[in-house]
Design a protein around this ligand. Structure first.
Ligand code: B12
Length: 215
């Protein structure tokens, strides 16, 4: 069985121990590294998401899978990427979070891990982040980029509110704001005056790099 199939089997079975073991042994044997494992897990979660949308699986199945993935990212993949030991110059500082009213973490955590593994310093604010907190943390961390994740049509407007709040505080030109999440789009980014939108974690890295170069 290929690694991706084994990983999928472990996620679907909510088998956190097996998933951790698969990831650890793959990283230790230099077979497939942590960044590639994240990419594989992202693909699988999208597939599982589709099955949920098509009503092939139910909400508890989804929650179980998502929890297992979150724990493995937190306990194994994130530390592996951070300990990879490469000497790195920081490309830039990014404050990233899922907007207020929205608990979806997986896509945002993937973006955080990919940005980090590509040389950015990332301050992951977690989920349900209110507009003011993004701005306060961006000021505190001296960030250049604020990243807003929203997976719910209902929570998308918070992305606009963060940008409005930056304008109210006279800080709009100090930060580049990038957005993402499945209900969002390039058009939505333009409408709310964001500086960029990306469809996935790999594009998010390309976007952040371009923004830093142009800044
Ligand atoms: C897993 C999941 C959950 C899990 C979340 C667990 C967790 N810890 O994250 C649980 C079960 C808790 C959950 C709850 C709910 N969910 Co939900 N969930 C999903 C599901 C199946 C997958 C999301 C996911 O992880 N995708 C995999 C990742 C890798 O992809 P991604 O999130 O899109 O992220 C990528 C890109 O979008 C982008 N990106 C993401 N963020 C950012 C940020 C920046 C700055 C950039 C540049 C890029 C970027 O890069 C990421 C990585 O490649 C989606 C369906 C789907 N297909 O998206 C529904 C979905 C998002 N959920 C939905 C709903 C309705 C809910 C609930 C309201 C359900 C309910 N009735 O209770 C609650 C919401 C509660 C709340 N207040 O937030 C709807 C949203 C519909 C809508 N448009 O509003 C969806 C689309 C399912 C559906 N079709 O009905 N959910």
């Amino acid at each position: 069985m290929y690694l991706e199939e084994k990983i999928e089997e472990a996620i679907v079975a909510w088998d956190e121990d097996s998933l951790k073991e698969l990831c650890n042994s793959s990283i230790e044997s230099d077979d497939v590294g942590a960044s590639e494992l994240l990419r594989i897990i992202g693909r699988i979660m999208r597939k599982i998401g589709k099955l949920f949308e098509e009503e092939e699986i139910f909400l508890p199945d989804l929650i179980g899978a998502a929890n297992v993935v979150k724990n493995v990212i937190d306990d194994v993949l994130d530390p592996a990427i951070k300990n990879s030991g490469e000497k790195r110059e920081t490309l830039g500082r990014v404050v990233l979070g899922t907007v207020e009213g929205d608990v979806h973490s997986i896509g945002k955590d993937l973006v955080a891990a990919f940005l980090f593994s590509n040389g950015f310093e990332v301050f992951n604010l977690g989920e349900e982040v209110p507009p003011a907190k993004y701005i306060e943390k961006a000021e505190e961390f001296n960030a250049q980029i604020i990243g807003l994740s929203s997976l719910l049509t209902m929570s998308m407007d918070i992305q606009r509110q963060v940008i409005e709040e930056l304008k109210n505080r006279g800080l709009r030109n100090k930060y580049k704001v990038i957005i993402g999440g499945s209900p969002t789009s390039e058009e939505w980014a333009k409408e709310i005056d964001a500086d960029g939108w990306a469809d996935d974690a790999i594009e998010a890295v390309m976007l952040a790099k371009k923004i830093i170069q142009d800044k």
